[in-house]
Design a protein around this ligand. Sequence first.
Ligand SMILES: [Ca+2]
Ligand SMILES: [Ca+2]
Length: 383
Amino acid sequence: MGRVWTLVSVLAVFGCEAPEDDDGGGAGGGGGNVAADGAGGGSADAAPETDAAVADPDSGEAPQDAGPPPEPDAAVRDPSCEYPGYSGIIEPGWVMPPLFWESAFLEDGTEITFGFDQAFCEPEYADFHTIVIIVGAGWCVACPSYFREVGRIAPALQEAGALLLFVETEEIDYTPSTSANSQHYINRLVGRTPGIRVGDGETRPTARAIYNAPVVEAFPSGFVVRKRDMRIIADQQQARGMLDFVAIAMDPEAYWGRPGYDPQCGPGDEESSEPNDSEEQASALMAGQTISGGVCGADVDYYRVEAAGPWRVDLDFEHAVGDLDVYLIDEQTHGPVRGAGGQPMGSNSQDDGESFEHEGPATIMVLGRRLATAPYDITLTEL
Ligand SMILES: [Ca+2]
Ligand SMILES: [Ca+2]
């Protein structure tokens, strides 16, 4: 326990705030709404816009020769693999955008390409169930002890099916880190701990996307992506002391949104249409119908609206119990429809209840902000 206490103290006392944020969007202070924080989309550091830019990075895999027939289990990417719909918002509860690095390094110095799309689709990552992302900066005095602690639990993480991704965001002089510098820095701290090392200055399609992510409010930071749906299921900012990354990796379907707190509702509160966690599973929401349900775990709720004309959806819940939001889903990208400023369309206030109007058939998604949980009533009204 001594070691843990030391770390807790270090985090509590020395936890580094990001330096004056001249890039916007980094310090999500909790005040802004999701759309504003999504300034992944709104600021100069725009969120990834095209799937094309990331869906086919030169995937470092050698094309197959026309020679011998491929073995049934040949390590070839499934061409039908499709990355989950994402918003560009790097915040707990949302799907991690398919960021990638043309230059990344393994613990032994081997240079590779790496991206979340590869991790999701490529066979070499088939055995991983979570991606644990550890984020630091060269100027952050609490980072070395945090990274060393991660190094100590790395074997257990690997055993639990977690892929470790170390991200160095900035050098000691605040310049964005290259992957090569990140590799030197990380290896100095954790030696040849298995994991991928990248520098945020080389994050693509948008450099410094990790530094500017709402999930990273201070340094050191860390968060966990569940590979099944690429959602961010846990983040360091909401925890006292280091997140229990090993426990999370061992049970990524459990609720890890607020360490130490139980969800505000349970299976008995859930709508009868669960599971409704994807567009394919969306349950029908008919005009004049009210469905009682809840976001009670690390999932979201999809509903399908079949209405020819204009309609309004009302989501009734108590903000003090949990901050739920509702979004319109784009059937092409499978992420939220984006407004002119890049913000997702829907309703994401800081008050009790959400409501928005639209017309025609559509799919909508109810999501707990930063993995908030709460029971709700959802009603569709034709206008
Ligand atoms: Ca639900
Ligand atoms: Ca659900």
